[in-house]
Design a binder for this molecule. Structure first.
Ligand code: SF4
Length: 223
């Protein structure tokens, strides 16, 4: 399923730009739509995931880099772990860099568009996994990424190596731990045989309500 930004994503793009409750005039709307179009055209989203068994609820030794208390709490009650990565690819990166020289305001809007698009790619990918898991009468936790809580951001290299992400989706990690392409996400999810209610959100209070990729795919974002 090809994931693209649509008009419904504009509020979220403006939120990333810290544009709060201000009037969106026609000129700015056109600028955002043009930037959206450039990002949509350049983005080449790719995703990869792997599933690992958890013996007696323990994190398997292949995923030794998943350290800290928060990830253990997140996976409590699960018997399988999914690790995933998604990226928008290098082309969108290059287009944004070129725009920085030509028009800085466009470049900032495009950066927000790309941030919203990579989240939309992850949500769409997760919603597909969520649908398949629910067919097996199992449950999926929400995504938990390196850098959340006490799960170190520095594990990106080992994380991507475990997914063979350079080869499979062209995602590398620099010596300083930065993911390249920059608009990439890694995350961990747990699978369990019974609902593990964590971070349950309600649609009414969610700012993604209008553009939600989970709802579009007929699932919620938590079990
Ligand atoms: S399913 Fe509801 S709560 Fe979850 S992201 Fe979508 S709108 Fe938000």
């Amino acid at each position: 399923m090809e994931v693209k930004l649509t008009q419904e994503d504009i509020p979220e793009i403006l939120r990333y730009l810290a544009y709060k409750d201000q009037y969106l005039d026609e000129e700015l709307k056109k600028q955002v739509l043009d930037c959206m179009e450039k990002v949509n055209k350049a983005a080449e989203p790719k995703e990869i995931y792997k599933v690992f068994k958890m013996e007696k609820g323990n994190i398997p030794k292949e995923l030794y880099f998943l350290t800290g208390e928060e990830i253990k709490k997140h996976l409590n009650g699960c018997n399988e772990i999914i690790i995933m990565a998604a990226t928008l690819g290098v082309k969108v990166e290059k287009v944004m860099m070129r725009e920085q020289i030509k028009n800085m305001s466009n470049a900032l809007i495009m950066d927000s568009c790309a941030s919203v698009l990579i989240e939309a790619v992850c949500d769409t990918f997760e919603s597909k996994i969520r649908k398949n898991i629910s067919k097996e009468s199992k449950f999926l936790t929400t995504r938990f990424s390196p850098g959340y809580g006490d799960l170190p951001i520095e594990i990106q290299k080992e994380f991507c190596n475990a997914l063979n992400a350079t080869k499979t989706i062209g995602l590398t990690v620099s010596e300083s731990g930065i993911m390249i392409p920059r608009k990439s996400v890694t995350a961990v999810l747990g699978i369990s045989d019974y609902p593990v209610k964590k971070n349950k959100r309600t649609c009414n209070e969610c700012n993604l309500k209008g553009s939600c990729r989970f709802r579009k795919n007929g699932v919620g974002c938590s079990e």
